[in-house]
Design a protein around this ligand. Structure first.
Ligand code: CA
Length: 359
């Protein structure tokens, strides 16, 4: 076992308080080792003309750095190593999904079959550790009908709690009607879709890559926020009113933008300024409050968490850690120490997750 990352684990575990709630972390990643082999082959044979993927997995698979080694080892473990890290960080339960970009960089047939394999692996682990792990299904939007079937199998037969989709699929977004069979299935199953970041697609990544900002620092969030906003303004939630999305990183900044999004959307529609900006039934903020939950992954920061609780409602904000990419015990302590009531804290760490994912 490797040493922990600098700053990821304080020496004194007893700094963690005994608390009266369960800490349920809702954006936690895993990866079957076979997926890393597939990625390695894609890199070696230059199969993918995707600078974001090639940069990110060039690092995670090619680097001898401690961080890259740890990420590879921690992602591929669904047993005692993961549970020991959860224990050290006071995490009672992880809601686990296939790591980004999952199967969404594979050709459709391979993506569909690998998603099913990953779901079998994850659901086995959840059955083995039912009090510690819950899982989200991988799906391959490349074949939306197959993805709809896989989501149904995952939820009804395997006991998984929803789907995880890593934002765009080859530069295409879920508001495209070709993906709607998948959205229809999610709504019918009452299964939330966790819209998780991946690197911006080739058409977007240039100026991010130039400045080293394509990854988690900014590019992930901007691209995923754009994706969620597209779903709202193109009327996806008018068509599927009961569809539920969960979005990490405190909603990828959209809660902070709410006032301006409402104002400018209305102004644009009224002025008929943009051919493609069509009226929708509600305001942008209505959909954020009705169809969207946000998690605190990567954001152990009181002002931003409180803003989300204030503008979305305390029932819409869930705790997440982002293991193994970010798993600093100091962040657990900071979130335990939020200046909010005990009742709201329990919602944040436990009961909202139990409600959304039917744990
Ligand atoms: Ca993540």
């Amino acid at each position: 076992m490797y040493q922990t990352l600098p700053g990821t684990l304080h020496e004194a575990n007893e700094e963690l308080k005994k608390v009266s709630y369960k800490r349920i972390a809702t954006e936690e990643a895993f990866c079957p080792p076979e997926m890393l082999n597939i990625y390695r082959e894609m890199l070696d044979k230059k199969l993918l003309n995707d600078p974001g993927f090639n940069t990110m997995f060039g690092f995670y698979l090619g680097s001898d750095s401690l961080r890259a080694k740890q990420i590879r080892d921690y992602l591929t473990d669904l047993g005692e190593l993961r549970i020991s890290h959860m224990d050290q960080r006071g995490i009672d339960m992880q809601v686990i999904g296939l790591t980004s970009p999952g199967v969404q960089v594979m050709p459709a047939p391979q993506a569909t079959s690998f998603a099913a394999y990953a779901n079998d692996v994850l659901s086995d682990a959840c059955r083995k550790h039912p009090t510690r792990f819950a899982g989200l299904a991988a799906v391959a939007p490349q074949d939306a009908n197959a993805a709809a079937k896989e989501l149904e199998r995952s939820v009804t037969k395997l006991g998984l709690k929803g789907a995880i989709i890593h934002s765009h699929t080859f530069g295409e977004y879920l508001d495209d009607p070709k993906f709607w069979p998948l959205l229809e299935a999610a709504e019918a199953l009452d299964a939330p879709i966790y819209l998780h970041p991946q690197v911006p697609p080739p058409a977007m990544i240039g100026p991010f890559l130039d400045a080293g900002l394509d990854g988690a620092i900014y590019g992930f969030g901007v691209e995923t926020g754009l994706h969620l906003l597209r779903l709202i303004t193109t009327g996806v939630f008018d068509r599927f009113p009961k569809l539920t999305f969960v979005v990490g990183h405190l909603g990828e900044a959209l809660p902070f933008w709410m006032y301006r999004l409402d104002y400018m959307h209305r102004a644009g529609v009224v002025a008929k300024r943009y051919e493609r900006m069509q009226p929708i039934q509600g305001k942008v903020s209505d959909y954020l409050r009705r169809n969207v939950y946000v998690t605190t992954s990567g954001f152990a920061w009181e002002p931003a968490i409180k803003l989300c609780q204030e503008v979305l409602g305390v029932e819409r904000v869930l705790y997440a850690m982002d293991y193994p990419y970010q798993h600093d015990v100091a962040e657990v302590i900071a979130t335990d120490d939020l200046d909010i009531s005990d009742e709201v804290k329990k919602m944040l760490f436990q009961t909202n997750a139990e409600t959304v994912f039917k744990l």
